[in-house]
Design a protein around this ligand. Structure first.
Ligand SMILES: *Cc1c(COP(=O)(O)O)cnc(C)c1O
Length: 389
């Protein structure tokens, strides 16, 4: 570790503290509640409808559908449950493999596993941090064949049940090319858009390219409901099915309790949806603020020859959920993480690649040079909204 690096790290820490106008501990991301949050929560409590039914759930679903330009939206208790159900309703089961990217949060692979399916890992693009259409195409070309219009893995004989790209840190992947490949191979596309509310690819909202897609409203996401998720789709039958199985598969009846399949209690409580409605009202403001923060980082990091700022990809409009840097090597990354966290500026390496976790190390993988390269270099830096600071 050279002295020159130390100085640079101190410059960076100083810049970030100045940006957020604080010397106190600075988290990676924190929610902000400066709209109607308290009012709607009060209303919700006064109504006594804090649980599984209530007007805020419907309103929150309508707001997300409208914002994203999706026809239907079904709220769930978190993003992971939304993914589980999204995969289930497109037919993913124990006879399936699901193609996804190794550079993602564990929830993607957990949801695949809840369906008793197995992930297959293809590489990501260095520019987007998301699934590489070329790597996906190679996998499908080399390892699958068509049997009765169904794409089958030639070796394992399992059906390719879905393709699940993820829009990493809110940066859209090359989703239209991926959608075309899925169409050609007749594979349902499920977008893990958990991180990308407010991100667009070629002026179309992420999550609207797939057959079904999901968002997360966990506490660290762009907006939050405490915990929460959403399934979006343009397909009426899939939307109805998502609503049905996330609400215990109860057959509508004024008083009888009859359930027609094994369902889930995955509905979003009304009190969380109340928070969601207020947060949705603030979304445009939060996005504008996050864009300004990213712009400040972009300009500042131009001064550093060895540090790259992860910017929005071509033809994309990112929500800049989490800003990320590319450090020159893993050694510099380690000392950067140590120095910043020691000084109260929270930074974080990217998730360990999924194919390296013990649950998934036996899964089929394509060559992953880009994912490995990125894993060694990416760190996230404070990215919460600065409104009100
Ligand atoms: C946040 C996130 C999810 C969903 O997480 P929950 O905490 O269950 O809401 C899914 N996938 C990715 C990539 C995420 O970042």
């Amino acid at each position: 570790m050279t002295r020159c690096n130390m100085v640079k790290f101190d410059d960076i820490i100083g810049f970030i503290n100045n940006l957020y106008k604080t010397e106190d501990f600075l988290p990676l991301h924190e929610p902000i509640f400066i709209g109607n949050e308290k009012r709607y929560l009060s209303e919700c409590i006064d109504s006594t409808f804090v649980s599984s039914v209530g007007k805020f759930v419907d309103r929150f679903e309508e707001m997300v559908a409208e914002f994203t330009g999706s026809r239907y939206a079904v709220a769930t208790v978190n993003g992971t449950s939304a993914l589980h159900v999204a995969l289930k309703i497109v037919g993913v089961d124990e006879h399936c493999e699901v193609v996804t990217q190794p550079l993602t949060f564990i929830a993607t692979c957990n949801a695949i596993s809840y369906c008793n399916a197995k992930p297959v890992f293809v590489d990501v693009d260095k520019e987007t941090l998301g699934m590489s259409p070329e790597s996906l195409k190679s996998f499908l070309k080399e390892h699958t064949s068509f049997e009765n219009g169904v794409c089958i893995n030639k070796t394992t004989k399992k059906k390719i049940g879905a393709v699940v790209p993820m829009h990493t840190f809110g940066h859209p992947c090359r989703i239209d090319e991926i959608a075309q490949i899925c169409k050609k191979y007749n594979i349902p596309l499920v977008e893990d858009a958990a991180e990308s509310l407010g991100s667009y690819y070629k002026d179309k909202h992420t999550g609207t390219f797939g057959k079904v897609s999901v968002f997360s409203f966990n506490g660290n996401k762009t907006i939050t409901t405490g915990g929460g998720g959403m399934i979006i789709t343009d397909n009426e039958n899939l939307a109805k099915r998502a609503k049905h199985i996330t609400t215990t598969a109860k057959v509508p009846h004024p008083y009888e309790y009859i359930h027609d399949e094994i369902g889930y209690n995955y509905r979003l409580p009304n009190i969380n949806a109340a928070l969601g409605c207020a947060q949705m009202e603030m979304l445009e403001k939060i996005l504008a603020d996050k864009r300004e923060t990213a712009e400040a980082y972009r300009v500042f990091f131009k001064n550093f020859e060895n540090i790259g700022f992860v910017d929005e990809p071509a033809e994309a409009h990112s929500n800049f959920w989490l800003n990320a840097l590319l450090l020159p090597d893993s050694k510099t990354k380690e000392s950067f993480l140590q120095t910043t966290n020691d000084q109260g500026v929270m930074t974080r390496p990217v998730w360990r690649l999924m194919n390296r976790l013990k649950m998934f190390e036996s899964c089929e993988t394509m060559p992953l040079p880009n994912a490995k390269w990125l894993e060694e270099r990416i760190v996230n830096i404070p990215s919460g909204a600065r409104i009100g600071r």
